[in-house]
Design a protein around this ligand. Structure first.
Ligand SMILES: *Cc1c(COP(=O)(O)O)cnc(C)c1O
Length: 359
């Protein structure tokens, strides 16, 4: 079998080296004489793995001391509720940027807890552009501002962090670890693991300590960040296997040179793919060039009747999961950290050949 490259948006490709490492220790985890899936989360072997995982994650992102890192379940979708539950802190209003599908979901959930001020809205341009920040209408009474730094479906990504007076909550599910960020600019950062961290089932939350402890009344105790923080994310049984596997991914990222190295590689990958799309009349990407995502690259074929053939042939060529989201159509290549430049090059070569045959 030739090497396949998996362009799935999530659960997504994991680094080969990490899968081999996990395979090699799957039946017997270190000295435990059991699989990592079979041991107690409170035993010394798992506790060590969990702590090392957090330590490496903190190091990669240079997370300041006054932030807690939580290893939770429920996906980014559970955070759509946990953010208002924890960040309203007696307030009754929150500001949300609406820049895509995941913003829409976050807003719908927040509306169950408070009044939502949509401070900018990209609906009219079909989530292909972001209005200049000076035009945003942020309500100063809002307890926090929520935004989605990378919209996974339309492939729309911020190239800056908004400057506001209230804490920022950011859904970084599909962009975390793709480049360095300044964590101190955020109140809460959250990410489902299955894009750029590890297997699904784990959600990582980074939260500034002073923001936790005051929650909306009558909410599940499990949804209170302080419950999770005071119990080291072990108030109940955590997702042990993905937590361990994420730790192996963090080691891999560190080995590769950390987030500066990831940034260089990811920028080059994205630029090469957008260049290929832009240099042809056969393929197109509708996103405003400033806000094009490094991680998710949707593209359309001029004649959409060719979509099925493109997907069949690309799959035969070992280029997997290129079908675009149904709301956008066409194709989408998700090129997270685990996707090497060679995978992107293989896709570009395939696209060129396909254009020669059908263009
Ligand atoms: C995938 C994704 C989600 C949904 O994550 P779940 O873990 O399925 O809840 C939310 N936000 C963004 C930006 C995503 O990419």
């Amino acid at each position: 079998m030739t090497q396949a490259y998996n362009f799935s948006a999530g659960p997504a490709m994991l680094p080969r080296e990490v899968l081999h490492k996990i395979q090699s220790e799957l039946l017997e985890y270190q000295n435990s004489k059991a699989s990592v899936m079979e041991i107690s989360h409170r035993g010394v072997d798992f506790m060590e793995a969990a702590e090392k995982s957090e330590q490496d994650f903190r190091e990669l992102l240079s997370i300041p001391e006054n932030y807690k890192v939580l290893f939770l379940q429920g996906g980014a979708s559970a955070q759509f509720s946990m953010v208002p539950i924890n960040l309203l802190r007696g307030g009754f209003k929150a500001s949300y940027a609406n820049t895509g599908h995941w913003s829409v979901k976050a807003i719908a959930e927040a509306k169950r807890y408070c009044e939502v001020n949509v401070c900018t809205d990209s609906t009219e341009n079909n989530f292909t552009n972001i209005d200049d920040f000076q035009n945003w209408d942020i309500d100063e009474d809002a307890s926090y501002l929520h935004y989605t730094p990378n919209e996974t479906i339309a492939g729309l990504e911020f190239d800056y962090v908004p400057e506001v007076s209230m804490p920022i909550a950011a859904d970084m599910s599909s962009t975390i670890l793709s480049r360095p960020i300044d964590v101190s600019k955020f109140g809460v950062i959250y990410a489902g693991a299955q894009k750029n961290i590890g297997p699904s089932g784990l959600t990582i939350v980074i939260v500034r300590e002073d923001l936790i402890g005051e929650v909306v009344k009558h909410q599940p105790k499990l949804f209170d960040y302080s419950t999770q923080a005071h119990n080291d994310s072990m108030f109940n049984t955590p997702a042990t296997f993905p937590w361990y596997a994420a730790g192996r991914v963090f080691e891999w990222v560190k080995d590769k040179g950390g987030l500066n190295a990831m940034q260089t590689i990811n920028k080059a990958k994205a630029e090469s793919l957008y260049r290929a799309i832009d240099s042809s009349d056969f393929y197109s990407n509708p996103v405003s060039s400033r806000y094009r995502s490094w991680m998710n690259v949707p593209f359309l074929i001029a004649d959409e009747k060719l979509n099925i053939t493109f997907l069949e042939r690309s799959k035969e060529a070992g280029l997997l999961a290129l079908k675009g989201h149904r709301s956008v159509g066409g194709m989408r290549a998700s090129i997270y950290n685990a996707m090497p430049q060679e995978g992107v090059d293989a896709l570009i070569n395939f696209m060129n050949d396909f254009e020669k045959d059908f263009g």
